[in-house]
Design a protein around this ligand. Structure first.
Ligand SMILES: [Zn+2]
Length: 323
């Protein structure tokens, strides 16, 4: 069994797996009995990212959310049950790495996923199964973590950012527009019905099994519930400052002969024309504008997976202040 994850999360996962809500496993619906927002908190879109489960554990055990929810409806959802099961059963680092998904990355789904009625790949079937729950969300947050040690981030959807929802989040970096630049569609792009004005976003809370990532995920979940008046607020409203990195390009390697010219760090400044990667026969990939390299892969050499972006490029950072 995987090490470094508290047993409470293993047993909570087992409990969720057995749970059925609206005939769908891995979903818990908590009704306050009073009118209010419909909020969905989703975890484990990637199987090897248990921070969302840690947030569920905190809400259920510390916050007694099943009794204390003040208004509205809260959905707690394990998005990728198959991959999370693989993660908890993993006995080596290689198996942990492979537990990110079962058939395809749930954050790189085909845009037409909801219409793929005969596609049997697990993540497609699961997305279609979850859609009747996802579409209820008026507010939604998908909790992720990263392989590398990295600043926590808020990932906006559809070019919209809602500062009033993220007050109290211990995160000051906003990544915007990535959902429009990335390959395929992230799971959260299917939350709520298309005609609604739902407010949906994701967070990256830090490294996968770092206890501080678990804590940050729990703090964000509680803050969001407080900001929606679904839990009593304990915080004074304070001015908030955040740095926005607007993604406008990505780096994809055409084949395995490409590699970065050096070990880049996330947020590293790049200038238009800078050489970033090269192939063995000297084909070049250069920065297309001034900005920053975001989330460059640390997997180099023959170990890399070129089916996904190797990095993103953002416009120069802009700092915003919200009173
Ligand atoms: Zn993830």
């Amino acid at each position: 069994m995987v090490t470094g994850v508290p047993y409470a999360l293993v047993s909570l996962f087992k409990r969720f797996k057995e749970m059925q809500c609206e005939d769908i496993s891995g979903v818990m619906r908590i009704e306050s009995g009073k009118l209010g927002p419909i909020l969905g908190i989703t975890a484990c879109t990637h199987g090897n990212e248990p921070s969302g489960l840690a947030a569920f554990e905190y809400l259920l055990r510390e916050k007694n959310i099943e009794k204390e929810l003040m208004c509205g409806t809260l959905y707690l959802v394990i998005n990728n049950i198959c991959a999370t099961e693989k993660f908890f059963n993993a006995t080596s680092n290689e198996e942990i790495r492979k537990s990110r998904f079962c058939d395809i990355n749930m954050n790189r789904l085909p845009r037409e996923t909801l219409h793929l009625t005969s596609d049997t790949r697990y993540e497609i079937v699961r997305a279609r199964e979850l859609y009747p729950v996802w579409k209820h969300f008026e507010f939604g947050i998908d909790i992720h973590s990263t392989l590398e040690l990295s600043e926590p981030m808020i990932i906006s959807r559809g070019g919209e950012f809602h500062p009033e929802l993220v007050r109290g989040f211990p995160i000051k970096t906003l990544i915007s527009n990535i959902d429009r630049i990335q390959i395929g569609a992230p799971a959260f792009s299917f939350y709520s019905s298309p005609e609604s004005d739902a407010k949906i976003f994701a967070i990256e809370v830090g490294q996968h099994t770092d206890p501080s990532s678990f804590e940050r995920a729990a703090t964000c979940a509680v803050s969001l519930l407080e900001n929606l008046s679904m839990l009593p607020s304990t915080k004074q409203s304070v001015a908030m400052e955040y740095d926005e990195y607007h993604i406008d390009d990505s780096i994809v390697f055409p084949d395995l002969s490409f590699d970065f010219i050096k070990e880049f760090k996330s947020y590293e400044k790049v200038h238009k024309g800078d050489l970033l990667a090269m192939s063995t026969n000297e084909k070049e990939i250069r920065a297309t504008f001034d900005g920053h390299l975001i989330m460059p892969t640390s997997r180099r050499g023959t170990d890399k997976d070129i089916s996904e972006e190797m990095a993103f490029i953002s416009r120069p950072v802009e700092t915003h202040r919200v009173g």
